[in-house]
Design a protein. Structure first.
Length: 555
């Protein structure tokens, strides 16, 4: 890769850092909102719905507008300008957080929905940034190493996810760990003010605008336009619009159930009704993709990129992957806080407050950073022998960065346990041999095993088994993305947009787990993660067969 491309890539990866920093901070923000606004676990997961749902609606709106005008709007702008516009939109959402919570008091649940609105706008900006940045990174250099550059950018993203929870926890809660009762008293007595949250997002807005200025004035960053023509897909658009209406109706029905008088309603019936609407949204997504799969195989006309089975399988895989990646950490805070006896959480560990949870959220996202750093090794063209050593050394160097960021947060036993988990991940990389389908099979299976151990064990073993979800999810995005667009030809750009839409999984799956936690128990709700990993394992087999039928072999 040329020096100019290296300079351009260095500038471009700054937005990947922002995505990680803000997204991972939701893991700390969610339990804070639950405590401050006095809401249940499902409602707290609406933070993820607003944030990740914006990815879907933003990418869909861009595609619908492009279809209406008969041209690729993003390509017309150029990837560089697309990122700048996205950063400006995200800064607007961050600025709106100030009036959203201004004057709010403890337990004022209605204000929480204004917070969601501001987060939705931040997510819309991220949607535009991500739609532009992923193909932009892939285009800066040798096409055969595009996925490895995405891993490198993902490593920067994961660095943001590692420090985000810690920085946000320090800003909101301060550096001193508090017991759950002390934290609740502090909030109730106005010891933690929402002005802290306002100042945090004002700072985030300034950073977004600074990044936009960096991109605007960067002379080494090309506009990033392609010569490909826009391909229409009327049947796909119609299906996605109908699906959007169903999703909106399902979630609005759940929202409205919180605003009616429940005095004469059986609470169990009400909870079951809410769960029904959530599952209906999930089923609608599954049925829509299944319908597209079979309909496009019979008559590909009007389906665009969806006529290729590997793309539809990949859309569901991205949906599932983002869903499981987000839901493990989003519900982890409640798992560690919850206690029936006031002393121990469901894992048998001393229950924790929001500030004490942050290092474990950071460790989870740090697991993704470890895997992505390893996945980026190929970008630097090491020799075969050096590559083997780097596969062993880089994960522990990355782990050292995590420990430095969270200095003093973990005891020696916790460090040794997670070091062993990293060793399992290294074994997985050696077994996968850089082959995406083998990687998906091995890491999905490890994910299933990790979550099952978390479900059927207790103590630190259970906690760190759940945290391995980050280690095993780490390498899946580039694998799924590259497999899904393989063989799409002129539909590659469109297929990429459809895949970005399926980040929607981060909006749908965490609230379902949150509602299952409200009805059953927080630990048993992690069966949702097991089911997600099972599909990702199945995906590897189905995609291999789909590509083989088209004469496309695994690289």
């Amino acid at each position: 890769m040329s020096n100019n491309n290296n300079s351009a890539l260095s500038t471009l990866v700054t937005v990947f850092f922002f995505w990680g920093f803000i997204a991972a901070s939701n893991g700390v923000f969610i339990p804070f909102c639950k405590t401050y606004f006095n809401i249940d676990q499902f409602q707290s997961q609406l933070v993820d719905f607003a944030f990740y749902g914006a990815y879907y609606f933003g990418a869909l709106a861009l595609f619908v507008l492009s279809s209406a005008f008969g041209k690729d709007i993003l390509n017309n702008w150029g990837f560089k300008n697309g990122i700048i516009y996205g950063l400006i939109i995200s800064s607007l959402g961050a600025l709106l957080m100030f009036p959203a919570v201004n004057g709010a008091e403890f337990g004022e649940a209605s204000v929480f929905y204004y917070v969601l609105g501001a987060l939705f706008i931040v997510g819309l900006g991220f949607s535009l940034q991500q739609t532009a940045a992923n193909p932009f990174v892939a285009s800066l250099g040798d096409p055969s190493k595009g996925s490895h550059r995405l891993n490198l950018a993902g490593g920067i993203n994961s660095f943001g996810t590692t420090i985000g929870p810690i920085v946000v926890a320090l800003i909101i809660f301060g550096s001193t760990p508090l017991s759950g009762e002390e934290l609740n008293d502090l909030i109730k007595n106005d010891g933690i003010k929402l002005s802290t949250l306002q100042n945090l997002y004002l700072g985030v807005a300034v950073l977004f605008l600074g990044a936009a200025s960096l991109f605007y004035f960067s002379k080494k960053l090309p506009q990033g336009k392609t010569e490909s023509s826009f391909e229409s897909a009327n049947k796909a658009i119609f299906l996605l619009l109908i699906l959007s209406v169903i999703i909106i109706l399902c979630f609005v029905s759940v929202f409205l159930s919180y605003n009616v008088s429940n005095e004469n309603i059986n609470i169990n019936d009400l909870e079951n009704k809410r769960l029904f609407y959530l599952i209906a949204a999930l089923v609608a997504i599954l049925l829509a993709l299944i319908l597209a799969y079979f309909s496009s195989s019979k008559n590909p006309s009007g389906w665009g990129a969806m006529q290729k089975p590997q793309l539809i399988l990949g859309m569901l895989a991205i949906f599932t992957y983002v869903g499981v990646e987000v839901t493990i950490q989003s519900n982890l805070g409640e798992l560690l806080k919850f206690s029936e006896d006031g002393i121990l959480n469901p894992l048998g560990l001393p229950k924790m407050d929001d500030a004490q949870i942050a290092p474990y959220i950071s460790l989870y996202w740090g697991g993704l950073m470890i895997g992505r750093w390893v996945g980026a090794i190929t970008v630097f063209n090491p020799s075969k022998g050096l590559k083997r050593w780097l596969y062993i050394l880089v994960p522990y160097i990355a782990f050292g960065v995590i420990l430095a960021v969270n200095f003093g947060s973990y005891n020696i036993n916790e460090i040794l346990i997670f070091s062993s988990c990293v060793g399992v991940q290294i074994f997985g990389f050696f077994m996968a041999k850089d082959k995406p389908i083998r990687t998906m099979k091995i890491f999905s299976l490890l994910g299933i095993i990790g979550i099952l151990i978390g479900l059927f064990s207790s103590g630190s073993v259970a906690l760190f088994a759940l945290l391995t979800g980050g280690l095993f999810c780490s390498i899946m995005w580039p694998c799924i993305f590259s497999l899904s667009i393989r063989g799409l030809g002129k539909y590659t750009s469109q297929g990429s947009a459809f895949l970005v839409m399926m980040i929607l999984g981060g909006a749908i799956i965490p609230p379902i787990q949150g509602k299952l936690a409200d009805i059953f128990s927080i630990q048993s709700s992690y069966w949702v993660a097991v089911i997600c990993f099972v599909y990702l394992l199945l995906y590897a087999f189905l995609t291999k067969n789909a590509l083989k039928l088209q004469g496309i072999e695994e690289e």
